[in-house]
Structures are given as C-alpha cells and as structure tokens.
Write a new protein. Sequence first.
Length: 279
Amino acid sequence: MNEADMRRSLPIGVFDSGLGGLTVAREIMRNLPMEKIVYFGDTARVPYGNKSPKTVQRYSRQIVRFLKTQEIKAIVVACNTASALALDEIREEAGGLPVIGVVEPGARAACEETKRGRIGVIATRATIASHVYSNAIHAIRPELSVIGKACPLFVPLVEEGWTHDKITDEIILRYLDEVLEYDIDALILGCTHYPLLRSEIRRLIGDEIRLVNPAYETANELKRLLRSEALENDSPRMPGEPYPYRFFVSDDAERFAGFANSVLPVDVKSARIVPIEEY
Ligand code: DGL
C-alpha cells in the first residue's frame, strides 16, 4: 500500500461529551459505509452543556490529543456544545487534520429548509448562550429570524430512556411553547441527543414545521470533505470482516455499549476506558 492509500484507509475520529454523538456516528455509518470510525464519548464528564467555554475547550483539547494517538485522518466534533464553544481550539490542537463541527452544517440545512424565514433552535444552555447557530444562519442569510431555546432536561430524559413517556411529552411542550409562538417553520435539533426525541417532537408539534437534524448534513459535509482532500476510503469491508468501528469512553463502558446498541445499526460489544485527564 502506498502512502496515499494508507492515509485513505485511516479511521475518522468522532467525539462527543457522551452518548449523543452516536446519532452523528450513525449517519456517518449509513452515509459513508466504507469509512472506519474511532468514537470517543466523554461519559465521565458529561454534560458539557452547562459548563463554561474554558472547561469545554480544555476537555476538547484532551480528546483531540487522545484521538491523534489512534492515527486518524479527520475529526468530526459530534457535539453541538463543543462545536459551539471550542471549534477553534480543536482545530488548533488537530494540527492540520481536517475538522468538521455540527453547527455549520446544521445552520446551512435550516437555511435551505425554511420557506418563511423563521427558524427555531433548541440546544443546551451553553450552545444557546453562545448564539453560534444564529450567527452561522445570519452569515448565510442575514434576513432570517432565529429564536433559540435551551432545553436542558432533554439530555437526562434521553439518557434515562424516557423517550416514550407522558412526562417527556409535557416537558417537550413546555419548552417548545415559546418557540412555537414565534411561528417558526423549521426547528434545528441543536443537541446530539435531541434526534432521539424526534418522533415525539414531531407528534407533538405536527407536520408543518421542518425538523433539522444537523447530523445528516454533517455526514454529507464529511463526504464532500473527504472527496475534496482525496481521503475517501475505497476498500470495502470483506464479507465476515468485523465492522471497523472502535469505541472509547472515559467511564461506564458497559452502559455506553448498551446505549450504543440501541442507537447504532451495528452490534457494539464493548468500549474501552481511556484516562482522558492524562492527555
Ligand atoms: N452532546 C451535547 C450537545 O450536543 C449534549 C450533552 C451535553 O450537554 O454534554 O450539545
């Protein structure tokens, strides 16, 4: 194998504060089935959504340093909060490796989906406070109106497995009330856990509002990037060969594997624990 082929065959590093980024990994698996993935979930330090930018930047730098030990060819920041607060630091730490966050692809998809120019964004407190989505949307289409709403209870509800629950329905309606009054026609699910509440949100808000999952567009963007940098892996998995996905976490590997099995289209047998504070 020559050097270019070797590089093409390297995995993509994907990371999140914990489990939610698996919704992004799932889209990459579906859309780029030949690509290998090294996933890191910071299960010991989740949630990032109520931490300061400085802390999220420090955590993200450590994760990038760890991912680089795994010989990757690109990094996908599968966490809206880290994409919002730490993308520059991640790029700096990545030292020339291509990096994609979820916010810009999500903002671009919303700009394409909206017809009446009124977009809602739901996300963690930190992402909403950073205004990163409205800035990204206004950089593309300054005339659009954007309303943001932090929904901090959605993450624990998803992690608890309470997606089909009366209580969750009530909480969804309570958070979305204000956003719906704004008469939006597109809603960005601006936190990686929220796509797991997609059918509940859809049922409760009706069919008129387009739901934008930044994970889809992130996988498309990754495809374009790999193509433009001549980094696409073109050697298919052989029949019987295991899926080329490796999972690392900072804590509670068993729970992670159980959750991953409910989200991903492949069987996740285990995840390895990494002492991330040492990186
Ligand atoms: N993964 C985070 C995000 O997409 C949500 C969970 C957290 O707060 O860490 O913003």
